[in-house]
Design a protein around this ligand. Structure first.
Ligand code: HPA
Length: 276
């Protein structure tokens, strides 16, 4: 079996054969949040199926391509569509693109998702800067033999989300007149949404947001030494005593609204990276 470092190298070489700049920021766009990719300039688009060892994305709302280019002058690679654990991929497959971003030269991972809002102060389409997370997925992408060339055996998780980037994001939101919150994100495996009893439990555990992604990629990003900035868009309000049946169509509509806010905010943040 091919060593994971060789696989990362294969993917890196393929991407660099068509995109020469060294990307500074890697972006992962969550469900319904792909709008930002349209703003990337001097772009080269690579379908995941053309990148060696990339799994293929199976969710319809995800485009499944890597968009490389510049955003406000910053070289970026953006994943339009991510791989979810609930689709049946292993944690290593879900996080492989983060390894490839690191190999390409990325320093900062900017990661987004659609999430259920459990904090009663959150409203539909609200933007939340992720300040911390809880891994309740029942698996871990770092399980197994550690490759010390990729990162340490026991990575520190005392501050997975970069404080200066969080502050820059909140300041930028304020400047743009976009309301924002800070919140703790809890990841569950999915694919079903939660029962009332589960929402009550997750809230009691200290989480403001719940979703089916992000935490595996962030764990690998921290392992790889990347600075991380995470955003959730609240696509459904998950208050156990006032729970409405989930409506996936509505979740995607709300994600699109929140996605417009992210599409405004992220370029503003990138323009000011040197102040973080
Ligand atoms: N639960 C889990 N994942 C989600 C939710 C939710 O309520 N909303 C959007 N993604």
């Amino acid at each position: 079996m091919q060593n994971v470092r060789d696989k990362i190298e294969d993917a890196r070489r393929t991407i660099q054969s068509v995109f020469k700049p060294v990307p500074r920021v890697g972006i992962i766009l969550g469900t319904g949040l792909g709008g930002l990719a349209g703003q990337i300039e001097e772009r080269v688009t690579i379908p995941y199926s053309d990148i060696p060892h990339f799994p293929e994305s199976t969710v319809e709302s995800h485009a499944g391509q890597l968009v490389c280019g510049t955003l406000r002058g910053v070289p970026v690679v953006a994943m339009e569509g991510r791989f979810h654990f609930y689709e049946g991929y292993s944690m290593q497959e879900v996080t492989f693109p983060v390894r490839v971003m690191k190999a390409l030269g990325v320093e900062i991972l900017l990661i987004t998702n659609a999430a259920g809002g459990m904090n009663p102060h959150f409203e539909l389409a609200d933007l939340v800067v992720i300040e911390d997370h809880i891994n309740l997925m029942g698996d871990n992408p770092l399980r197994g033999r550690n490759d010390d060339a990729l990162g340490p055996r026991f990575p520190d998780m005392s501050q997975p989300y970069d404080k200066r980037l969080m502050a820059l994001a909140r300041r930028s939101a304020l400047e743009l007149g976009i309301p924002s919150h800070l919140g703790v994100f809890i990841a569950i495996a999915g694919p079903n949404l939660e029962t009332r009893a589960e929402y009550r439990m997750l809230r009691g555990m200290g989480a403001d947001l719940v979703g089916m992604s992000t935490v595996p990629e962030v764990i690998v990003a921290v392992h790889a030494g990347l600075r991380v900035l995470g955003f959730s868009i609240v696509t459904d309000v998950c208050l156990p005593d006032a729970l409405e049946p989930a409506n996936i169509k509505q979740i995607l509509e709300v994600a699109a609204r929140g996605g417009e806010r992210l599409a405004q905010l992220i370029p503003h943040v990138l323009e000011r990276l040197d102040h973080a």
